[in-house]
Design a protein around this ligand. Sequence first.
Ligand code: KG4
Ligand code: ZN
Length: 332
Amino acid sequence: MRILGIESSCDETAAAVYDGSAGLLGNVVSSQVPVHAAYGGVVPELASREHLKTVVPVVEKALADAASGRDAVDGIAVTAGPGLIGSLLVGLCFAKALSYAWEKPLYGVDHLESHVYAVFLEREVAFPYVALLVSGGHTSLFRVAGWGEMGFLGGTLDDAAGEAFDKAAKMMGLGYPGGVAIDRLSQEGDPGRYRFPRAWLSHDSADFSFSGLKTALRTFLSSPEGGAAKVQDVAASFQEAIVDVLAGKALDAAKREGIPRLVLSGGVSANSRLREIALSRGAAAGVEVFLPSKALCTDNAAMVALLGERRMSAGLLSGPELNAYAASRFSR
Ligand code: KG4
Ligand code: ZN
């Protein structure tokens, strides 16, 4: 099947065309970073308005890149949730209207699921695998047994790791979006210079907590030592505290589940240091670590079209009652 995918859950308007035989044919992402940068974070109302402006040209470009007209498309997949409800509704209503007008089937994709299976755009992974989904809104571990078979192992009790990166960058005056800025600065810093706290919780817990780390950074920055510190060293030490816990807990979960495969997904898995230590510690622990390329870690519609293709080929469809949802459907 050839599926048009549409994604608008946060601050990226994206469309892609994925074909079950030919692979990814078109993949367009329009970022709203310049719109939100002045506010230091995503402003939901502005995000919805931007999606309204860009959804049509983004879909048109993806179809043009794929040289796919309406006749070549077999179905439409759209992110239904979780995410910013106003943003989701723009993509969802557009996809519904297109499905009705073109008389093509529709399928609502879960954003977390689409991240966790994005790796299949580049390579096959044997089931089961453990997936770490680490983004601006989520930090969770899953046991993935097959398509649509995701078991929740644990998640953050407070902030998501991406949120911690973004808030830390704001405190350090690095602008928005923060994750990439900290990643870049850290490359010139010493990750062992300062010791920020790691919340391991209990030794067999697959849950995370990053709010204490954020407070520790705030306290440090307002201390005389923090005031005199080199920003590169602070960034590298802060980043190390996050990725140490992410890689450590993900590999522990893989060991506990007895599964020698770990897939990283979500925007924070674009982080250079996380990728490096996940690979090296994975190799030492006998766990094969799968890293999608960076553009497939952050929000995109290729993962939506791929998951839509797999699920619609298996006969799954959504009806006209499909609605957007803000909160995650995964919990213990
Ligand atoms: O998956 P994503 O694009 O959107 C959500 O679903 O949240 O993830 C965005 C998050 C942001 O918090 C951003 O700062 C973080 O991913 N991020 C990074 C890097 N690239 C993006 N964090 C650390 N290092 C990076 N290189
Ligand atoms: Zn995402």
